[in-house]
Design a protein around this ligand. Structure first.
Ligand SMILES: Nc1nc2c(ncn2[C@@H]2O[C@H](COP(=O)(O)OP(=O)(O)OP(=O)(O)O)[C@@H](O)[C@H]2O)c(=O)[nH]1
Length: 298
């Protein structure tokens, strides 16, 4: 499965688990209040927020370099406040002072804390919808959003777009069933991701259409990469019951020119793909900016 997709799922699981742990922490406070003889770091210490299970999970997340760090930093502040407000209540109990202000502050801190968690969850769930549930690959929306950034500055040098479409995929569904078709799509996605560089990305563009943004210095290098992928996929066997299924794909490959809109690049790649399908399939067609097509398969 795609690394980013797995990361979103694992963060959501971790967030749910640690939020549950924070509800248990509230019960621990009551236990602590009813028998003060126990010493609990997650309640009494200055840095109590680092000792509770939620805080430990949060600290691990904050050590990673991640795009959603601002959500985590906000949660961290709110989480810290909950622990401070809790200590404040305990102090007022200990010193037998008026408590209503401390309880109000605790309630407000808890509400702000849960609000910050909800905002982060909302963000993660929204992000998750930009990934394909079947293959885990980023969907078209992510390509739309990231393409301009990828195609500018030093990063924009040597970018190629490969649009590939499985050959006669309808027959796979018709002959072996939709579930087997799904397994073939999953296996294709996995093999494509396993065989591109870390700086390259695979997207599920539509039903049986995928896009890869390749890094290459020349047409020659890009076609070699595209051909390598075509041969790797043609050799993959997906087993379904007593059947062994192999697929091929046809692809349109084109250089992305600096500052060029995605729509234009896609139109060109689609034109090349169309040529490949009509020329017999299982091939790679390279198309230039002047729309000249060359079949580069070997
Ligand atoms: N199992 C499965 N099938 C899908 C999915 N998305 C699209 N398809 C199928 O992909 C097939 C695409 O068929 P066509 O557009 O006729 O293309 P093709 O059979 O691959 O033929 P060519 O592209 O011309 O080589 C259809 O049968 C769709 O139902 C999916 O998520 N799962």
């Amino acid at each position: 499965m795609n690394r980013k997709f797995n990361e979103i799922d694992s963060t959501l699981r971790g967030l749910n688990h640690s939020t549950d742990a924070h509800f248990k922490w509230l019960v621990t406070i009551l236990r602590f209040v009813s028998s003060r003889d126990i010493e609990l770091a997650e309640i009494t210490q200055e840095d109590a927020h680092d000792h509770c299970e939620f805080g430990q999970w949060l600290n691990v997340q904050l050590q990673q370099e991640r795009e959603d760090r601002h959500f985590l930093l906000d949660i961290n502040i709110k989480h810290n406040r909950v622990h401070q407000a809790c200590r404040q209540i305990l102090n007022t109990i200990e010193n037998d002072e008026g408590r209503s202000g401390a309880f109000d502050a605790f309630e407000a801190a808890l509400l702000e804390f849960t609000e910050s968690i909800s905002l982060y969850k909302q963000h993660l769930l929204q992000l998750r919808t930009s990934y394909d549930a079947l293959t885990g690959l980023p969907l078209r929306r992510i390509l739309d959003e990231s393409f301009d950034r990828l195609n500018e500055g030093a990063d924009g040098a040597g970018l190629y777009l490969l649009l590939l479409d499985i050959d006669h995929f309808k027959k796979v569904n018709d002959n072996y069933g939709h579930l087997t078709g799904d397994a073939v799509l999953r296996s294709l996605a996995l093999n494509l991701e396993d065989n591109v560089r870390r700086s390259e990305s695979v997207y599920r563009y539509g039903g049986e259409e995928f896009i890869i943004l390749l890094r290459a210095e020349s047409d020659r290098e890009a076609t070699a990469a595209a051909e390598r992928l075509r041969h790797i996929i043609a050799a993959v066997e997906t087993v379904s019951g007593e059947h062994v299924i192999r697929i091929t794909f046809t692809s349109g490959l084109t250089r992305v020119h600096r500052g060029e809109p995605l729509r234009e690049v896609l139109e060109r790649a689609d034109m090349a793909l169309y040529r490949g399908k009509h020329g017999g399939r299982n091939c790679t067609i390279l198309i230039g900016k002047n729309l000249d097509c060359i079949n580069v398969s070997h």
